[in-house]
Design a protein around this ligand. Structure first.
Ligand code: ADP
Ligand code: MG
Length: 208
């Protein structure tokens, strides 16, 4: 099984459902160390992405993800809109056609590069980078050892969730939470949490 256009569409639909269902969690996390809008930002952004996809006749999985990225950039005002938007545009650009796990891993690595180019966050800064980085590493390792798409994306989801949990003791060094200094410790980062949701929905979408 390759990551193809129907899977890309199913992934975005699954993300929209997941952020709708987890809006309160994301908002509560962002209320603790930010301004409480992360859940509503993502709900609005992915709802708009679904509407945009209704009018799209995609010629490959990348077209679905590029459209999603463009929509997030235009509809989400918070830090996460441009960061996720650029990431999806980079992933889309790297997926002109159906992709095997290794190609998908490189596309998601391009997404991470885009996030880091824009946000300048390093691992350990308590941001979405802390979930995205181990997820890409796990996906690459799984692909290199011959895992199929469901296995490789499941490994990525597990790694992203671990990465998100590991943000709790960290002190934020980027974004709004960094204004809190030491008071940002003891809370899981909202963006790392939504990144874990993105990778979990990817695994669920590709599961047999
Ligand atoms: P805002 O902070 O503008 O209210 P959101 O609440 O939607 O935007 O998103 C907050 C999340 O964005 C944070 O939890 C963090 O994970 C992520 N974030 C903020 N700044 C950066 C950055 N420079 N690089 C990577 N991720 C970041
Ligand atoms: Mg916020």
């Amino acid at each position: 099984m390759d990551f193809d256009t129907p899977l890309a569409e199913a992934w975005i639909r699954a993300i929209a459902t997941a952020v709708e269902q987890q809006q309160t969690l994301l908002t509560d996390l962002d209320s603790a160390i930010g301004d409480g809008d992360h859940g509503s930002n993502l709900r609005r952004g992915f709802a708009a992405a679904l509407t945009a996809l209704d009018d799209l006749r995609p010629d490959g999985p990348g077209a679905v993800l590029t459209k999603t990225g463009t929509t997030l950039i235009s509809k989400v005002g918070g830090a996460s809109g441009p960061l996720y938007g650029k990431a999806f545009r980079a992933i889309g650009a790297a997926l002109p056609g159906p992709a095997d796990p290794a190609t998908l891993a490189e596309a998601l690595a391009a997404g991470l590069d885009a996030i880091r180019a824009l946000g300048k966050a390093d691992p350990g800064d308590k941001t979405i980078v802390d979930a995205w980085t181990p997820a890409v590493a796990a996906l690459r390792t799984a692909a290199a050892t011959g895992a199929d798409l469901p296995e490789a994306t499941a490994a990525a989801a597990e790694a992203a969730e671990q990465g998100a949990r590991a943000t709790t003791p960290l002190r934020a060094r980027k974004g709004r939470a960094s204004y809190l200094g030491d008071r940002s410790t003891g809370h899981q980062d909202p963006g790392a949490t939504s990144t874990a949701l993105l990778f979990r929905t990817l695994a669920q979408t590709t599961a047999p």
